[in-house]
Design a protein around this ligand. Structure first.
Ligand code: CO8
Length: 255
């Protein structure tokens, strides 16, 4: 059985991490499959949004510690992992995480890399690396502090203790919390609503939002304006506005 289950429903692609015996630990082979699948999805006009999920008890328990244990410093230096994460991060369509159960270490980092994280009420988010004599290495320190602020980020990274879904929502890490049995249904519905919008507008909006962490306000506003202006050249912008004025649903073509 594949370690990454792939299912398409209309314009939504769902990717299910499927290494239950290892609590969905993210080894390099699974990250490679994720990266490849997202790259294919990016080039597929029939896909408008992607949901990454795990099972009802584990989103992902982190990097694969059995794989990591065998790597010394030179092997860590030459590890393909940073490149695999960068490929996943380059995905330019809306990416949702539907998290039930544990999202620990690299699992939490994967959830934070996604654009929108939804959680079941049994979800736990944590960066336990410090308890292993290491530290987060795939965005954990950088994304967490930007998302939840100084107090909680330092506490989570330095204690290694996990937070609940409710705490994660209060802190801004998670958009919505649902009864665990309904997380996937709501995630699919949200992804489907997003995927019906104009693809180029979604891509531009995602690009602008991401840049908010990289650029000054003045530069970010300039880039937002540029992207906004570029969209004026698209057929979908014409269609979106015309459809509103004609009181009919828009039919977007991705042009
Ligand atoms: N890696 C490999 N195997 C794992 C992992 C993991 N992260 N987590 C669990 N497993 C395996 C166990 O070894 C065990 O295997 P076996 O049956 O062969 O003994 C099996 O899964 C079941 O484990 P448990 O009995 O512990 O299962 P429970 O259901 O009781 O508990 C937990 C589940 C709470 C998830 C628990 O397994 C746990 O705490 N796991 C470790 C969590 C952790 O420390 N994660 C952080 C990993 S480090 C990391 O992610 C750093 C990322 C840096 C990336 C840098 C890239 C450049």
């Amino acid at each position: 059985m594949s370690e990454l289950l792939i299912e398409q429903n209309q314009r939504v692609l769902t990717l299910t991490l499927n290494r239950p015996a290892a609590r969905n630990a993210l080894n390099n082979a699974l990250l490679e499959q994720l990266a490849q699948t997202l790259e294919a999805a990016q080039n597929d006009d029939a896909i408008g949004a992607v949901v990454i999920t795990g099972n009802e008890r584990f989103f992902a328990a982190g990097a694969d510690l059995k794989e990591m244990a065998s790597r010394d410093m030179p092997a860590t230096l030459n590890d393909l992992r940073p490149q695999l994460w960068a490929r996943i991060e380059r995905f330019n369509k809306p990416l949702l995480a539907a998290v039930n159960g544990y999202a620990l270490g690299a699992g939490c980092e994967l959830a934070m890399l996604c654009d929108i994280t939804l959680a079941g009420d049994n979800a736990r988010f944590g960066l336990p690396e410090i308890t292993l004599g290491i530290m987060p290495g795939a965005g954990g320190t950088q994304r967490l502090i930007r998302s939840v602020g100084k107090a909680l980020a330092y506490k989570m990274v330095l204690t290694g203790e996990a937070i609940t879904a409710e705490q994660a929502q209060q802190a801004g890490l998670v958009a919505n919390v649902y009864p665990a049995a309904l997380t996937m249904e709501y995630a699919q519905k949200l992804a489907a609503r997003i995927a019906q919008h104009a693809p180029l507008a979604l891509q531009a909006a995602k690009t602008a939002l991401r840049q908010a962490h990289e650029l000054s306000l003045t530069q970010g506003l300039q880039q937002e304006r540029q992207l906004f202006t570029l969209l004026a050249a698209t057929e979908d912008r014409q269609e979106g506005i015309n459809a509103f004025l004609e009181k009919r649903p828009a039919v977007f073509k991705g042009r």
